[in-house]
Design a protein around this ligand. Structure first.
Ligand code: TRP
Length: 446
């Protein structure tokens, strides 16, 4: 199959928006603040930042490099690059894992749709319906997750330029503007400053807690969409003229900045909500965290603000929907790229068939929520993603031909050979990143 039929981004801006769009999602705006609250505030923030740069960025660049080199999906990439044959199962594991991630992710994304509609229904006087949409029962979960799947399939079926690129370049800048406006507003509220302290001043007694490392590493992997091939596939659509080292930096920086901004919104918002009477501590005196943090605290905060609150609530959840959608498209894109590249299927057909398969998985999770949800989340994000990352380090650092690797990175960046990057990155990808992943995975099992 010729490369032109795969699709390509029309500009570097398009690629950055798509890759940043993949990275920036519920993981940043919902997962990161939740985890921060759960793991003692600033200590977690610090560890996450370190791991994102020390482990995340090197692997992101490894994915960019092999994806653009092979111009293929994870399976095709390992098949095409010399020495990769034995890694083909790693490619398949990635394709399947990202499907499961899509399945649980769409349920949370669906809840965002529900909270977006809720105030609108209230304004229309439909009180029963407005209560039902946010009930988070099986039936409302099913409805909203299905809506999310529908839009994801629609965009992926439309292709790289007219789907992913077009929507990412429109949606991502909107997201940034909305987020900044909300942060500025929340920081003016009573009580917000106390939240700011918890967020920014580390409590080092919490840093030694072992679960913290697993959580922070999982968060770094999840947030940068690593291991499963989202980044690899997006890079496969980018041109050889692009400087992927620079683009990788931009993506990492924008990802951690948005997570950081989201924390700046949510944590102070929790304390502002407390100042106006909302319960934000549980019986043990720790901050409410868990998946419902965003769903309990924020609506409570918005409620205290009268008519402005209704507007802000609609805007905030719209923001979440945008962030989630640019991420889900980069998830569905991975198995779809495999079906198109390796099986010769048309993009439309592949998007629908694969979309429906994982929609069915999502429905099974929604129907057995208490049993499956947390299990699927931690199995895929805290264990399989880092494991896949470890294999990428082994492949790129130890198996793949060094010259091929350097030649690929040099495309669009001829001076890279003598740069600081080339002195540091190979060392990280061979030693630092895999050893850190190994230690953190091992301690999680012991
Ligand atoms: N990184 C996204 C977020 O933070 C989610 C995401 C997109 C993802 N593609 C992925 C997570 C692949 C894991 C694997 O919300």
């Amino acid at each position: 199959m010729s490369d032109s039929s795969r699709g390509e981004f029309s500009s570097s801006f398009g690629f950055i928006m798509a890759a940043a769009g993949s990275a920036i999602g519920l993981g940043n705006i919902w997962g990161f603040p939740t985890q921060t609250a759960q793991n003692g505030g600033a200590a977690f923030v610090l560890l996450y930042l370190i791991l994102a740069f020390v482990v995340g960025y090197p692997i992101l660049l490894a994915e960019f490099t092999i994806g653009r080199h092979a111009q293929s999906n994870p399976v095709g990439t390992y098949q095409k690059i010399k020495g990769g044959k034995r890694f083909v199962p790693v490619g398949f594991l990635g394709i399947t894992t990202v499907g499961f991630i899509l399945s649980f992710y769409s349920i949370i994304a669906g809840t965002m749709v529900a909270y977006f509609i809720n105030p609108i229904l209230k304004l229309m006087g439909l009180h029963q319906a407005s209560a039902w949409v946010i009930s988070q029962g099986a039936s409302s979960n099913i409805l909203f997750a299905s809506i999310f799947f529908f839009f994801t399939i629609l965009i992926v079926a439309a292709g790289v330029k007219n789907g992913i690129e077009k929507w990412s370049t429109r949606l991502m800048p909107t997201l940034l503007v909305i987020l900044v406006v909300l942060v500025v507003y929340v920081l003016t509220l009573d009580g917000a400053m106390e939240g700011l302290k918890v967020y920014l001043l580390p409590d080092f007694t919490k840093v030694m807690h072992t679960q913290l490392f697993t959580s922070a590493l999982g968060q770094a992997f999840f947030s940068l969409s690593l291991g499963v091939g989202s980044m690899l596939v997006l890079a496969s659509y980018t041109s050889k003229k692009e400087n992927i080292v620079r683009l990788g930096w931009l993506v990492t920086l924008s990802d951690v900045s948005i997570a950081f901004l989201a924390g700046l919104l949510i944590i102070p918002a929790m304390y502002a909500a407390a100042a106006s009477g909302t319960q934000i501590f549980d019986e043990t005196g720790s901050l409410i965290s868990g998946p419902n943090l965003v769903f309990q605290v924020l609506p409570a905060l918005f409620d205290t603000m009268g008519p402005i609150g209704i507007g802000l609530s609609i805007i905030f959840f719209f923001l979440m929907i945008i962030a989630a959608l640019t991420s889900t498209i980069s998830m569905l894109e991975v198995p779809v790229a495999y079906a198109v590249d390796n099986r010769g299927m048309s993009r439309e057909k592949a998007s629908i068939i694969i979309g429906v398969v994982f929609w069915a998985v999502s429905m099974i999770i929604a129907l057995n929520f208490d049993l499956l949800f947390n299990f699927v989340v931690s199995a895929t994000t805290q264990f399989i993603q880092p494991l896949l990352g470890l294999f990428i380090c082994i492949f790129v650092g130890w198996v793949m031909n060094r010259n091929t690797l350097i030649e690929e990175i040099k495309q669009g960046n001829p001076e890279v050979a003598n740069s600081l990057f080339m002195k540091i990155w190979p060392f990280f990808i061979r030693y630092i990143s895999p050893i850190l992943i190994f230690i953190i995975l091992a301690q999680a099992f012991l």
